[in-house]
Design a protein around this ligand. Structure first.
Ligand SMILES: Cc1cc2nc3c(=O)[nH]c(=O)nc-3n(C[C@H](O)[C@H](O)[C@H](O)COP(=O)(O)OP(=O)(O)OC[C@H]3O[C@@H](n4cnc5c(N)ncnc54)[C@H](O)[C@@H]3O)c2cc1C
Length: 505
């Protein structure tokens, strides 16, 4: 396994339980990849995921998690000063929508029903198999159904059967913004729906409507926090790997995938060590695989045609005092979302008027900041690429963001103990992510999900897993990818053929 991100860890765990001899090579000194945190002076900041959805995907594998379910999922503040809170309970959310824009609650209920149908169809099809073939994985179970049920990945559980209406249910050919216009007249609610494109690093004016199924996940199965911070999920996965006998080599980079014309034969590490293996799973970016590890210009060109997904500018603020009424998750919207996404995806510069996500876990978890203080992880969506080309240096851009926030009700002046910044260059250098893009290629068109690299590589025994490949990024999707890859290996290397994949030097 080249890379120890969450998708790779899930695949490794399932394969070790199948009896394979699994070894993970990770270039960083710890497992978890983008599921990471930054600590300083008693403050802990998430520098990756802050909201966990579908935790059943991990609990189902027997990975223990100390979970906290959020009642208020997120509070959105619009440029006109109005706010919308969304809740676990869909009906309560519809009422909140009606309070924001009288009469639109009906549209929200219809949107939610559409999202449920879209999710249902995707669960039977897109999320359950590789793009290249039929479904291979039983559908995931919601968190509410997890207790007392058997571990996922067990061969023998029934596979879902795609239904005739499944393709139509995802509104093919429609963009997410088009979908928002179908259900809402109010521009603020269209902006709220468009926000879900950023969960895949994409532009709502180009991304497929199918991304609109995310609220069905949040309202159907909940939004969750892991006590101690989301990276505890990586720790729990690492402990499960250890128990399953997976060997982990940290601070060891894979520099080459070794392959003949037909099949892979192993990998080479940065130290020059050659490791023989019949199965190589790459959890690094697909662009890194086809660009460097096993060069393949045609495949690399196909990835480049997708265009880069967005990156993040992270502002990690140690804040004095507690903020009255601040929720765990808030989003402070820009005044003009068309201009904002134009800046990110067309003009390729940080938006002049950004939307800012604020995560403040200290609201629910006092391990995240010293007493009487708060750790704010603020995230601005920015283009992937070199911040050296930004019109302003990152420090000056941070000032602009703080000014915008102050004018929209979040004034931190006089309260900042320190502010640490992470740019796309940091994400690129830490994780080897293409241009610092969080999700590899963008969803730059209604059919883009079908154009992402698949989970089977171009040689027998080579597989890809993680946010840059099918079914996509985000913790639940990379976990689904891990399950799909394990199921493919099960098919391609049936147990009767022995247990390939034993690494040897
Ligand atoms: C700022 C930010 C916020 C996010 N917010 C959320 C959120 O709220 N909810 C959510 O669900 N998701 C969120 N995500 C997305 C989520 O973190 C990722 O999609 C997911 O963690 C990616 O998992 P992965 O399997 O692709 O592995 P990655 O996390 O990409 O890890 C890949 C690993 O491979 C290693 N590697 C790369 N190349 C090599 C090599 N050649 N040899 C050895 N090792 C190598 C890297 O060091 C890395 O550790 C966020 C991400 C970011 C960055």
């Amino acid at each position: 396994m080249a890379g120890g991100g969450v998708g790779g860890m899930v695949a490794a765990l399932l394969l070790a339980r199948d009896g394979h001899d699994v070894r993970i090579y990770e270039r960083l000194p710890r497992l978890g990849g983008k599921l990471a945190e930054h600590r300083r002076d008693g403050f802990t900041f998430s520098i990756g995921p802050s909201l966990l959805t579908l935790p059943g995907l991990f609990l189902d594998l027997g990975v223990p998690l100390d979970l906290l379910e959020l009642d208020e999922l997120c509070r959105y503040r619009f440029a006109d000063g109005s706010t919308l809170s969304t809740y676990r309970d869909p009906e309560r959310t519809a009422e909140a929508v009606d309070r924001l824009a009288p009469g639109e609650g009906r549209g929200w209920r219809a949107f939610h029903r559409w999202a449920e149908r879209c999710l249902d169809a995707s669960t039977r099809t897109f999320f359950a198999g590789p793009l290249s073939g039929p479904v291979v994985e039983p559908p995931f179970r919601p968190a509410g159904q997890r207790l007392g049920e058997s571990a996922s990945g067990e061969p023998g559980r029934p596979l879902p059967r795609p239904r005739p209406g499944d393709l139509l249910a995802v509104a093919p050919g429609r963009t997410l913004h088009g979908l928002a216009c179908r259900f809402f007249r109010d521009a603020r609610l269209r902006q709220y729906v468009g926000r879900y494109a950023t969960y895949a690093g994409s532009n709502p004016y180009r991304a497929p409507a199918a991304l609109g199924c995310v609220p069905a996940i949040e309202h159907g199965d909940g939004g969750w926090y892991v006590r101690g911070g989301l990276p505890r999920l990586a720790d729990a996965l690492a402990a499960s790997l250890d128990k399953a006998g997976v060997e982990v080599r940290l601070e060891t980079e894979i520099t080459e995938v070794l392959a003949g014309a037909e099949r892979v034969v192993g990998v080479r590490t940065a130290l020059g060590e050659v490791v023989r293996a019949d199965i190589v799973i790459v959890n690094a970016d697909a662009a890194a695989l086809y660009g460097r590890l096993l060069p393949d210009r045609a495949r690399l060109r196909r990835i480049a045609r997708l265009g880069l997904s967005s990156s993040a500018f992270l502002m990690l603020a140690a804040v004095e005092g507690r903020t009255e009424g601040l929720p765990h998750h808030s989003v402070v919207f820009s005044a003009d979302c068309r201009r904002e996404f134009g800046d990110i995806f067309e003009r390729r510069r940080p938006p002049e008027d950004p939307t800012v996500y604020i995560g403040c876990p200290a609201v629910a978890d006092d391990t995240q900041a010293p007493a009487g203080a708060e750790s704010w992880s603020m995230l601005v969506n920015v283009p992937a690429g070199d911040p050296g080309r930004w019109p302003r240096p990152p420090e000056a851009y941070a000032e602009l963001v703080l000014e915008r926030l102050a004018s929209r009700g979040h004034d931190l002046s006089g309260r900042l103990r320190f502010l640490d910044l992470l740019t796309p260059a940091d994400l690129r250098d830490r994780y080897g992510a293409w241009g610092g893009a969080i999700y590899g290629g963008a969803y730059g068109g209604p059919f883009a999900p079908f154009r992402r690299p698949g989970n089977r590589g171009p040689r027998r025994g080579l597989y890809l897993v993680g946010g840059s490949v099918h079914p996509g990024g985000g913790l639940p999707l990379v976990a689904m990818g891990g399950r799909i890859v394990a199921a493919l290996v099960r098919r391609d290397f049936p147990r009767s053929a022995g247990h390939p994949g034993k690494a040897s030097r």
